[in-house]
Design a protein around this ligand. Structure first.
Ligand code: SAM
Length: 263
């Protein structure tokens, strides 16, 4: 990359270039030629070369048009890739991936941190959800993504994500691995798609979770006060909880059951 490249803080541009770290991230995804990979925010392509060389095909979504030619040049020896200069949040990714026929579909990325939740929510909304994600995120966000009931970090995103994926933090990454050095440390998270999940109304499920966690310090009676408290109390009781508990105490099963019975 040119020495005079001006990093855009507003786009979360903190690039990595340590070969060992790059190998460690990409290798943990176990990509092969049967895999379609989506990389969000390839930046200067730190992860991209290693991803593209392993995958069947790679779609690279980068919003910063200044990086297009650089990426194309860097990846010029590979036909099995498409660089898409667009806001990942604004494009129809389902439509794009439906053009490719690969057994497996993974997302591998060092995410732009300012939109981590929006990206994950978008991915969970996709018709074809990735079989696996290996993503670098802010350390505190990694803790929230993998949090279990009863922990301080357990929130709406932990519950929602745990319905679709087994989530595990793989390793922490010190801020000094990035250029420019950000104010936060990072972690790499592995998410593997769960099989055989019950069919539920996904929109309603997210809504129920959001209502339950709306005021984190308040109990369920308070957060659910506009809804059918009798039905809710009965379900909670079945699982050993009550309206005096908080959303952060409830395991995934209870949210699923509430959604199935929501009126
Ligand atoms: N993958 C590179 C690396 O690891 O060095 C760069 C990672 S950097 C943390 C995040 C990248 O996401 C930046 O290149 C930034 O321009 C890009 N980005 C920011 N917002 C985006 C969006 N809405 N859609 C696609 N890419 C975005």
């Amino acid at each position: 990359m040119q020495d005079n490249f001006k990093f855009k803080k507003a786009l979360g541009q903190n690039f990595i270039n340590d070969p060992k770290l790059i190998d460690k991230i990409v290798d943990s995804a176990l990509i092969d030629k049967d895999t379609l990979v989506v990389e969000i925010g390839p930046g200067a392509g730190a992860l991209s070369v290693r991803i593209v060389s392993k995958a069947g095909f790679t779609l690279l979504y980068e919003v910063d048009e200044r990086l297009e030619l650089y990426l194309l040049k860097l990846l010029k020896d590979y036909d099995n890739k498409k660089v898409i200069i667009s806001d990942f949040l604004g494009v129809d990714v389902d439509k794009e991936i439906s053009k490719y026929d690969y057994d497996k579909f993974y997302v591998v990325a060092n995410l732009p941190y300012y939109i981590t939740t929006a990206i994950i929510t978008k991915i969970l909304d996709m018709k074809r959800k990735p079989d696996k994600l290996v993503v670098m995120v802010q350390k505190e966000v990694a803790d929230r993504l993998e949090a279990k009931p009863g922990s301080r970090d357990y929130g709406a995103i932990s519950v929602y994500l745990s319905y679709f994926y087994d989530v595990k933090k793989l390793f922490d990454v010190d801020r000094n691995y990035f250029t420019p050095v950000p104010k936060v440390d990072s972690a790499v998270v592995l998410m593997e798609r769960k099989n055989n999940i019950d069919e539920i109304d996904q929109k309603l499920f997210l809504e129920v979770i959001r209502i339950a966690f709306q005021f984190k310090r308040k109990n369920l009676r308070n957060n659910f006060k506009k809804f059918d408290l009798n039905m809710i109390a009965q379900i909670l009781d079945k699982y050993g909880y009550s309206l005096n508990d908080r959303a952060e105490d409830l395991p995934l099963d209870v949210f699923v059951e509430l959604t199935k019975n929501w009126k």
